[in-house]
Structure formats: structure tokens, C-alpha cells
Ligand binder design. Structure first.
Ligand SMILES: C[S@@+](CC[C@H](N)C(=O)[O-])C[C@H]1O[C@@H](n2cnc3c(N)ncnc32)[C@H](O)[C@@H]1O
Length: 233
């Protein structure tokens, strides 16, 4: 589970209800058929575990969904906020058209360095720039407005309102906004206590996107922990 800083939190796992067992079985079914990892994707997960990094990368089914979005929309430039070890970046980069490029932002130097070295093992890695720094500082410097055709946000949750503004600025008309963890293991369905900043931020974000006239066709795809998808109008 990811917290406000994109780091693991003490949030307990959801209770093992019949519903959650069914959801896990469905995810396994889809993953075995449509989201199989090759050795490098496996290696990224193993390397993270070996180094004791939080295993908070997207699940394979979400990686495959991101790749599908890339293949359908054929973006020239993609922006990712939150690289970790480059797992989702590799799913995205491999699906890019030949001239496509992924810029991925990561504030943790160890994560950024590991991602660079792992992505260099794949030909698609040549289409990726891992830029080290705090997204709050890097994003305002990105240009031009409308210069990206896809933005994928997978970082600190309390900064979501800022990421929404930056995505609205940076996406070209028709560009796709994708945001991971918007179901937060179902926690968004219940009223959250005031001290649960991450859940409250995600709830407010989902509501804000639903009302935001700059985006159309917004929805939540219940893949993995929920991916919000919206089209920049
Ligand atoms: C959930 S992980 C990203 C996982 C990655 N997208 C994947 O699926 O392989 C979140 C990452 O975002 C980074 N991060 C969190 N907040 C950030 C911020 N404000 N600026 C830059 N990086 C941030 C964390 O250091 C962490 O590596």
C-alpha cells in the first residue's frame, strides 16, 4: 500500500472478504493470460525485493493496461510522476511508437539510479529519461504547455490537486491523464477519518476530476488498485 509520500504506509490490508477473494482471483486470471512478465520485468521486482525497496510498483495487470492505453493513443511524449525502479516505465516504454519518448520523474536518488540501470537492459530504455528531483519543483519547469500526450501519476497522494493542474497544463487536446491507486483498496468507498490524509486526498481528487470541465470521458477502471482515466478536452 502506498502512502502520501509514495512510500509504504501502515494501512492494513483489506479484510479477506468473499468480495476481495474474488477480486484477487480475477486479477490472477487476467494476469496469467494477458499480463505475463518477461525476465526483465521479473528482474525489476526481484531487484527491488533484494534491495529492500518497497514493492509498491503497479501490478502486472496495471502495467499491461498502461501499455494498452499507449498502444491505442500512440503518444509522442509521455510523462510519468513516480519512477521507483522503472517497472511501469518499462511497460509504457515498450508500447511507445518508434518516435515516442517517456520522461519519468523520481525524487529518490537510489530509485532513480536503479531505474536507469535496469531500463538500460532493454532496447526500449533508450526512449526513457529518468529525471531525478521533486516533482513539485520539476513539473512547473516542463515545457511547452500541451507538450505531452499522456501523463501517468503514481506518486504522493496529497499532491494530487497540484498534479491535476500540471496535467491540465501539460497535456495536449485529446491527451490522456492516468492516475494509479484511485480506489485505494476500496478505502475511498467509506468516509475517511481526518487523519487519513491519503484516502481523503484521493477521494477529493476523484470528485474534482469528475467535475472538471477541462477533462472529458473520465472514469475509474478497476484494474489493480484502480486507474483513473480522463481525456484532456
Ligand atoms: C508508487 S512508487 C512508483 C511506482 C512506479 N510507477 C511503478 O509502478 O513501477 C512512487 C515513487 O514515486 C516517488 N515519489 C513520490 N513522491 C514524489 C514526488 N513528489 N516527486 C518525485 N518522486 C516522488 C517515490 O520515491 C517512489 O519511488
Amino acid at each position: 500500500v502506498k502512502g502520501t509520500g509514495g512510500e509504504p504506509t501502515a494501512t492494513p490490508p483489506p479484510p479477506a472478504t468473499a468480495g476481495s477473494r474474488m477480486a484477487a482471483a480475477v486479477e490472477r486470471y487476467v494476469q496469467e493470460r494477458f499480463a505475463q512478465e518477461d525476465p526483465l520485468l521479473e528482474r525489476i521486482r526481484e531487484e527491488m525485493a533484494h534491495r529492500g525497496l518497497p514493492t509498491i510498483q503497479v501490478p502486472a495487470v496495471t502495467g499491461a493496461f498502461l501499455a494498452l492505453m499507449v498502444r491505442i493513443s500512440r503518444p509522442g511524449r509521455v510523462l510519468e510522476v513516480g519512477t521507483l525502479a522503472g517497472y511501469s516505465a518499462l511497460w509504457i516504454a515498450r508500447a511507445l511508437p518508434p518516435e515516442g519518448h517517456l520522461l519519468t520523474l523520481e525524487r529518490n536518488p537510489e530509485h532513480a539510479q536503479l531505474a536507469r540501470s535496469l531500463l538500460a537492459r532493454d532496447p526500449a530504455g533508450a526512449r526513457v529519461e529518468v529525471r531525478e528531483g521533486e516533482a513539485g519543483e520539476l513539473l512547473p519547469g516542463l515545457e511547452p504547455d500541451g507538450g505531452f500526450q499522456m501523463v501517468f501519476v503514481d506518486a504522493d497522494k496529497e499532491r494530487l490537486p497540484f498534479y491535476l493542474e500540471e496535467a491540465a497544463r501539460l497535456l495536449s487536446p485529446g491527451g490522456l491523464l492516468l492516475v494509479d491507486n484511485v480506489l485505494w483498496r476500496g478505502a475511498v468507498l467509506e468516509e475517511a477519518p481526518e487523519e487519513d490524509g491519503a484516502t481523503r486526498a484521493i477521494q477529493a481528487f476523484n470528485d474534482a476530476v469528475a467535475r472538471d470541465h477541462r477533462f472529458t470521458s473520465a472514469t475509474i477502471v478497476p484494474v489493480g488498485d484502480g486507474v483513473l482515466v480522463a481525456v484532456r478536452g
